[in-house]
Design a protein around this ligand. Sequence first.
Ligand code: KDG
Length: 309
Amino acid sequence: HPSVLAMGEPLLEFNAAAEGTLESSTAFHIGFGGDTSNMAIAARRSGVSSGYLTRVGDDAFGQALAELWRREGIDTTHVVTEPGGATGIYFITRHGDGKHAFTYRRAGSPASRLTPDDVPLPAVAAARLLHISGITQAISPSACDAAFHAMETARAHSTLVSYDPNHRPALWPTARARAIVMRSAELADIVLPNLDEGRLLTGVCEPADVLAEFAARGPAIVALKMGADGVLLGAEGRTTHVPAHRVVPTDATGAGDTFDGAFAARLLDGDSPLEAARYAVIAAALTTTGHGAVGPIPTADAVRRAGAA
Ligand code: KDG
């Protein structure tokens, strides 16, 4: 069984080659996304064994994802392929202000049909860390049930629960997200929000206050991701600011997921939360220097080289 098990929805990615609106774009890079799949790949590239739990279709998009995981050495024992299923896709467009926008075609996807019956007790119990996100919960009520079932199973077997709210307003209303994310924080050992969603979900503004709202739910570790302002880490009774690693960013898609995977990998390898966060901010920064979510996720060697430079 892999050490890291992530569960959620993978997507094939169409990333506009130039800045601009969707309708003005003429060329797209094909890539891969899906926050929890990105996390599993980031963890693997940082050196731990990792597996993915999802449902895909047997269409060309599902086959391309299966090929990606095979290349990356991701365990797919718990990937169910649905005959006739339409695997989800998304388009990334980028705008002058450095922000990106996602446009999805994923409703009714195989992953949205995840249910608690898809959650394998032996694999969750044997994993050292289970990773779930708000997107896993937002895609459908049955996937949300599956996420809660997986987190509760993990807790019952001393598997660490890592949770990223990854709030996507296009997928569910903020009031529902708030209730489900804050309940999930109670089940998690590690909570990994970014500052924007943290503010929206907690209703407070100062980073230290946002962190405190999540920490009050009981997780041992909260890492508040603040982009170019680095990470505010709450762990072992202390709050520590970890500065960002300076790069010239091209596309921030997947940076938060890469942080999550790199952080998990280093923690499982014995790093302290602070050491793991210092490593993971470098990994996250490097992923912003290339296009798309998965392509630019660095290996452990690349992170070490950048850290030493
Ligand atoms: O974090 C990056 C992801 O958001 C991206 O890969 C697409 O999973 C995705 C989503 O649902 O937004």
